[in-house]
Ligand binder design. Structure first.
Ligand SMILES: Nc1ncnc2c1ncn2[C@@H]1O[C@H](COP(=O)(O)OP(=O)(O)O)[C@@H](O)[C@H]1O
Ligand SMILES: [Mg+2]
Length: 173
């Protein structure tokens, strides 16, 4: 076994296109469960990376959100831009996660409560995979409980868009 970093193709990605595909993939599952998805994205927001891996990472997060979302609730998927970072955020209206578990849910095989999670068919790898994929893109993952209930999971990418140089100039100005 090699401990070398995996290598994979990277391209310039339109984050709106990426989240659109993830939502399209998950739409059937959500509709079948009577749950809504609401997508809003910033046109032109870009990231550099592997489309298929990032689709897997965001898909893992969105499928969790759909699973925990109450019937008829709306799960929101959005892209946002902050200085030097692009963010994909998924927010559901489910039970959230106890504060002391917010970091551990990204560990492999970690599940918050066997009773609560037993019917999911998962083994606790989805978020660990997403976190690893984001780390390989120089980014990261973060979960927090939303005010008013539900979980927000954010995937953060190092540069907000193709004009990273402009952003750097702005940061240094
Ligand atoms: N949107 C969410 N709302 C509440 N809990 C969540 C959510 N997403 C993940 N979790 C918790 O984090 C744990 C780890 O998630 P994950 O790695 O995807 O594993 P799995 O889906 O196989 O249980 C889940 O078992 C669940 O307890
Ligand atoms: Mg999962």
């Amino acid at each position: 076994m090699s401990s070398a970093e995996p290598t994979f193709g990277r391209e310039d990605i339109d984050l709106g296109e990426l989240v659109n595909e993830v939502v399209a993939d998950a739409q059937f599952e959500a509709s079948a469960a009577g749950k809504q998805l609401d997508l809003s994205f910033l046109p032109g927001l870009r990231a550099h990376g592997n489309f298929d891996l990032l689709r897997l990472a965001i898909g893992n997060i969105l499928r969790n959100a759909i699973r925990f979302a109450p019937a008829a609730s709306t799960t929101e998927i959005s892209t946002q831009s902050t200085l030097g970072e692009s963010v994909v955020a998924v927010r559901d209206h489910g039970p959230g996660v106890p504060e002391f578990d917010l970091e551990r849910i990204f560990e492999a095989f970690y599940r918050v409560a066997p009773a609560r999670d037993s019917d999911s068919g998962g083994v606790g790898l989805g978020l660990a995979i997403a976190a690893r994929i984001m780390a390989l893109h120089g980014g990261g993952t973060k979960a927090r409980n939303a005010i008013g209930g539900g979980l927000i999971v954010e995937l953060r990418f190092p540069f907000a868009n193709a004009s990273a140089d402009d952003q750097m100039d702005a940061a240094l100005a």
